[in-house]
Every structure is written in structure tokens, then in C-alpha cells.
Design a protein around this ligand. Sequence first.
Ligand SMILES: [Zn+2]
Ligand SMILES: [Zn+2]
Length: 294
Amino acid sequence: MDPTTEIALRIGAFAVVFAAMAAWEIAAPRRPLTAGRKPRWPSNLGIVVVDAVLVRLIIPVAAVGVALMAAERGWGLFNLLGVPPWPAGIAGFLLLDLAIFAQHVVFHHVPVLWRLHRMHHADLDIDVTTGVRFHPIEILLSLLIRIAAVLALGVPALAVLAFEVTLNATSMFNHSNVAVPERIDRVLRWLVVTPDMHRVHHSIERRETDSNFGFNLPWWDRLFGTYRPVPAAGYLGMTIGIPLFRDARELRLDRLLTQPFRNDQTAADRERAGATSRGAGSERPTSVGSVKPS
Ligand SMILES: [Zn+2]
Ligand SMILES: [Zn+2]
């Protein structure tokens, strides 16, 4: 596949899934939004542009490029063993998903990495744009981990491309604020991480934040005992976000970028103590609290 087709495929898939989920959110929202779209969407979409530009500048070679190079030179487990393309592609897809799952668990449990990842969790609502809201340093580290996995395994380039396009689409799907009928959700969450399943992961309650780590395939959480079916406060009563950064101005793009580097002791103490409001930026009384739906 030539590079132009590949880029068109990536952007096309992103645009179609984004538009579909945004329309679905308007037609059938799951929860009323706390902060709304207006203060969040420009920043959440702005960070995608920052991420794309920085990744391109710092690591110009993509995971697909590395996969092509590995195939050419016979690098990686599958190439060394001469595994045919289809089994290598399927195994590669599954193992890349497992690697992303493991990376997500590590980013929750290593304090310096949590500083990067918690920006994703600091969104006061979750909707389709939260699915692409990641700090550029986390995106860079994530790409390096993916490249290392592709090199070690020798994953075929097409499987890498399919994995990246699928992960982008499922991330937008399972972050979206859409109402999926319960009986459909119950079946669907055996095949893919559903919006309700991932919503538990965005709960302000730390034990719920540290569950449902999957972004794409739902099996790893069940296999490793991190699956939590419902939030204690219910899908409508739960509070989205983290105790830190609950001020409305923390939704600004410049604040998103600096969140990993800001963590005053008091705020950290409050986070550990499980306080539910008034984080680091408490200078202005504009904290957004929990949703109390009728
Ligand atoms: Zn997380
Ligand atoms: Zn998430």
C-alpha cells in the first residue's frame, strides 16, 4: 500500500467514526454532560494536532514502516520462525493489543507515568473527544513501545496498520457518551470494550479507575482480574474525572499540556485522601462537581 492511500485510510476512518459517534451522542446521549462540549472540544481536538505534529517531528518512522523493515531483513520472532502472513497477522494483532493493555496498567501504577496518563482521566466528561485526548509524551512513549513490540515479534505491516486503525476507532467508540441498550451492551462487551465498560475506568473512585484497562479487546481485563462490570454509584450517579484538576480552566489546551508537571503537595495529599472536589487550581470557585441526574 502506498503512503498516500495509507494516510487517506487513517484519516478517512478517523473522520467517519468521529462523525458517527458525535451524531449518536447528540441523538442518544448516555449521561448529561457536566462541563459540556464548548470548553472541552477545542482542547481535546487541539491536543490531537499537537500529538500528530510532535510525533512526526520526533519519531518520523511509523510502526508500519518498522514492520516493513523487519519483514525485509527477517527480524522478529514471526519472521525468524517463518510464520505465514495470516497467522502472524492475527497473533500480531492480539499481542499488540495485549501490549497496549499492559502499558495502560503500568501507566496507572508507576507514579511518573501516571502523571502523564492522568491528563486523559482529568477530563470532566467523557465523550468521543476524550478517546483521542492523550498527553504528547504519553503518545511518544506509546509509539516507542509499539515499535519495540513490532520489531520483537515481526508483526506484518498490514496487521500493524489494521491494529492502529481499529484501536483509534474503538477508542473513540468506547469513550463516546452514547446510550447502548443494556441487552446489547451485555453481549457486545464480550467482543469489544463498550462505552459503559470503559466509563467505569473514568470514575473518580481510584479502585474503579484501576479497572477495565482494555481499549479494544475486552478479554484481558477478565483474564487478569481487573474487570469491573459496573461503577458503585451507577452509570448516571458516578463522577467522571480525578480529584485533581477539577477547575474549569484545567480544560484549556495549555493547562492540559502542563498537567504532568503540576502537582502541589496539598493537591497530591487530597488526591490520596480521595477528596472529590477542588483540586490544584482552586483559586477560582468554578469547580465542576458530580452529576446529579434527575
Ligand atoms: Zn487509564
Ligand atoms: Zn479512557
